[in-house]
Design a protein. Sequence first.
Length: 212
Amino acid sequence: MGFGTVRALQRSVGNAAVSQVVGRPRNVVQRALIEPTGNVKYPTVKLDEADKKKSREAILYIKGSDVYKMYTKEATANAVLSEMAKAAGHGVPVPPWKSYKANYTDDNNGSKQVTVIHSRRVEGTFFQLSKHGGAKTFINAVNGMSDVTRMRRIRHQLAAAKDAGISDPQGMISNDPQEGVMFFLDIHTGGTASGIDDLIRAVDERIKAFTP
């Protein structure tokens, strides 16, 4: 391919396309930074495109064992934090979190001021009662347990979620009993905790099967 041909391609389709034509395809990795502002001493976090996840309500990244949810509207962030604190006050298990102000910058959209909610990633069995099969997923996980102490903790946590009025109950049954038994995610309160009574009954039946 002659130099004149390359110049013509540059004019018509841009340099990125020419790199595909005249050389090896390149994987362009989009970079992002979270730079805390104010007097907080949290480190700057470097992220890439593979860490970014879809979210309807926030800019969401999951990197290793860390979850970063970022909100451009402070009022929205405050509402989310209020719901999390309210649920935790009722004894609902929520992944440990901290929040702070930061500048968020990515290669596509420039810089934005955000409120960051940084929490620990929880791995295990995910359930969401509003989704088809969500209750069955939870009940199957409980029916695979034999540790009565763990089951009693789950029952206590379900009762707390009911008391808090968790709307659209969803969360994770942890794979690691040492870090906790269950965590609720995407907290919304003020509802009827629909479906939780069914889960409590299932746990009670499982406990009964292992106790005299």
